[in-house]
Each structure stands twice: as structure tokens, then as C-alpha cells.
Design a protein. Structure first.
Length: 379
């Protein structure tokens, strides 16, 4: 299966893949078919929520009198997916209870939910709602075909899942012991941006569910020690928004937060003073131009402005502001512009404050109520 996605060099055909949810559903259907039908299945077909058929090969088939286990190998297409190539198993057993239920659980390598605010309740296997519906739907199709009135137990496992999960956001989100079985469309599109934005939304939802009144977000952990030493705040507790400042603001507002604090390094957040809401260098830069504009606004001479424009980093540029004695005025102006653009994006329903730091120079600037928001977030 191929779909076209645009790249810098033009249109390139990239191959889509299938989610862990699709793999689990296909393995479950195959195992149920072999259990109730008595014949080996070397392949199986399911329909994904996206309306695209999936027909994987079935691997590692193990058949007992009351149980069948088999696996589907994850195919992530051209997406840089760390689960690509792993085997996702389904073990299906007959439960002679006359209840005609599909009982879904996770085993080895499938995470367990330990915190509120996720797709599944605390204690449940991290098999999300859509994959659960897919698994149940495919297994029920087999049950109807063979007129099965008893229940089937479906246990999903991923032998490599526990190790792989250490490289994901799962431990941070409160999913312990393995990966999540996920996917809303059943299809993996070769674009990592959506996966990252989905993770940001999950983290924000989780913070809200746990009672947080202020969404504290940061592009990264560059100022970890600075924040601990100056505010007693561990940036590991903040939602990591990467370069997606604008999208994160939109999500926080939509989720229902009324207050938000963005904490970050000057190298990223200086761009926001120019209204840039995606701070990736491939999207926009203008760091030195914005620093130079602030210096001009603060009365810097032409030599200082030229030095700032020629700087290789924002910290070097700030050094020239210091030499000229205009750093305070510069960052009052910069923080005013940052506040303007953040709150313009947020609208009337969300108030956004900001703290900007430098690894070398420490605190550079903060908006009016930033300290108040930080104190509240530390409660």
C-alpha cells in the first residue's frame, strides 16, 4: 500500500503500514479461526477502520485442544517506528460459559495502565479503545461463522514489548511493563508529527485528569538544573511540546485548561517573539534578526546590532546585549512580544505565561504572572 506525501524535494511515494492494533486484531482473528474451525491459517484478512484491507501472514502458530496462539509481524511502512518488525501475538482460548463474550487482556510485553487520564482505566492492559473494538469485531465475526455460543478469551502479548517500551513515552505516561496496542485508523502513515502531537494531547489530558490547574509545558529539558535550582520545579513533570508551541496551546485550551505556563530555552522561545509557533529550524529561524530587533528597540548602536546578527547562537547574541548594558530592556521587549503572540494564539479562554532561560546566563525574562503560575504549579 502506498500513499504520496510531499517532501522538500517534491512528491515521493511513501509506503503506509499497519498499527499494533491492526496486528493484534489480525492475530486474534486468525487464532479464533483456527481454534473454532480446526484448520491452520497462513494468512488472514481484516478491514481497518480506515476502510483499507489488511492481509498479513500468520507466524509461529501453536495449536492445542483448547487454545491457539499465533503472531503477526508489525509492518510500519516507511514510518520511523521502533515497533516495526516485532511479533504481536494473540492467544485465544475457549471459555465454556454460554455467554458469547470476547474477553480481551494483555500479557507479556503489553503495558499496564498505572495513572489516570489515559485511554484505559488504571489496572487495565494498555490496549486502546479502537484496537479493542477491532479485536472484538473480528473475533465475533469468526464466532458467528462457527455458531459459537461460548466466550473466547483473547490475550495479546509482545515478547519484545518491555524492552521497546523503555524507548517510548510509556513509562512517563504511566504505562508500565510494555508497549501500548494503539491506532485509531488501523493505518500507520509515514509521518511522525501526528504521533508526537497525539502524545502531547495524551499528556495534557492526563495532567487535567489528575487535577492540574495549570498546564506546564516545555520544548525540552535543557534548563533542568536551572528550573530545579531557581524554582524548585522538575521539568520532567512538564509536558514536552517539542517545537509545537501553537498546537500545544490549541490542545490545552480545547482540553479545558484556563492557565498555561511555557518554560523554555531562549534558542527556541525567541522565535515566539516574532509570532513563530512551530520553532523547528526547518519551519523558521529569525533568531538573530529578532534579537537584533530587540537590541535596536532598546537603543543599541549599529556595531552591537551587527554583532548580534552575525552571532552563531542566541547565547552569544545575549552576550553582546550584556556588553552594551541593554539586556534588561531587550528582554522586557522580547517577553512583551512573546506574551502578545502566545495569548493571541490562546484566545480569551486560556491565559499563557512564559519563562525564558539560558544555560549560560540563567533567567533572561519572564512574563507578568509567570512566577505566580509557577508557584501554583509547584503546590
Amino acid at each position: 500500500m502506498q500513499r504520496s506525501f510531499i517532501h522538500d524535494e517534491g512528491w515521493t511515494a511513501l509506503r503506509s503500514g499497519f498499527t499494533t492494533g491492526s496486528c493484534a486484531a489480525a492475530a486474534a482473528k486468525a487464532a479464533a479461526s483456527m481454534l473454532l474451525g480446526g484448520n491452520r491459517k497462513n494468512s488472514i484478512r481484516i478491514d481497518t477502520p480506515a476502510g483499507i484491507a489488511y492481509e498479513p501472514e500468520i507466524e509461529d502458530i501453536r495449536i492445542d485442544e483448547q487454545t491457539v496462539s499465533c503472531a503477526v509481524r508489525k509492518d510500519g511502512g516507511d514510518d520511523p517506528d521502533i515497533t516495526n518488525g516485532i511479533l504481536i501475538y494473540a492467544t485465544v482460548s475457549l471459555v465454556r460459559d454460554g455467554c458469547s463474550q470476547v474477553l480481551i487482556d494483555g500479557a507479556e510485553g503489553v503495558g499496564r495502565v498505572t495513572r489516570l487520564g489515559l485511554d484505559q482505566s488504571v489496572g487495565s492492559a494498555a490496549i486502546n479503545s479502537v484496537p479493542r473494538k477491532m479485536i472484538e469485531g473480528e473475533v465475533r465475526e469468526v464466532m458467528a461463522l462457527f455458531d459459537c455460543s461460548d466466550s473466547l478469551s483473547v490475550v495479546i502479548s509482545v515478547p519484545e514489548g518491555e524492552e521497546i517500551a523503555k524507548k517510548t513515552f510509556n513509562p512517563r505516561l504511566g504505562i508500565e511493563g510494555g508497549i501500548s496496542i494503539i491506532g485509531t485508523s488501523g493505518i500507520v502513515e509515514p509521518m511522525s508529527t501526528k504521533a508526537l502531537l497525539d502524545t502531547i494531547r495524551v499528556e495534557l489530558n492526563q495532567k487535567k485528569a489528575l487535577g492540574a490547574e495549570i498546564a506546564v509545558c516545555t520544548p525540552g529539558n535543557y534548563g533542568l538544573e536551572f528550573m530545579k535550582n531557581n524554582y524548585g520545579y522538575d521539568l520532567e513533570k512538564a509536558v514536552k511540546c517539542s517545537n509545537y508551541i501553537g498546537e500545544t496551546i490549541d490542545m490545552a485550551r480545547d482540553i479545558g485548561f484556563k492557565k498555561m505556563l511555557i518554560v523554555g530555552h531562549v534558542g527556541k522561545l525567541i522565535k515566539v517573539s516574532g509570532g513563530i509557533m512551530n520553532t523547528h529550524s526547518a519551519e523558521a529561524d529569525c533568531r538573530m534578526e529578532l534579537m537584533a530587533a530587540a537590541a535596536f528597540k532598546s537603543g543599541a548602536d549599529s556595531e552591537t546590532i551587527a554583532s548580534i546578527l552575525e552571532s552563531l547562537s542566541t547565547e552569544e547574541a545575549y552576550g553582546f546585549m550584556l556588553e552594551s548594558g541593554i539586556e534588561k530592556e531587550c528582554f522586557e521587549y522580547i517577553m512583551d512580544r512573546i506574551s502578545h503572540y502566545l495569548n493571541k494564539r490562546a484566545g480569551d479562554e486560556l491565559r499563557v505565561e512564559c519563562i525564558v532561560y539560558s544555560n549560560r546566563f540563567g533567567l533572561l525574562g519572564k512574563t507578568k504572572a509567570a512566577d505566580e503560575f509557577m508557584e501554583k504549579a509547584n503546590d
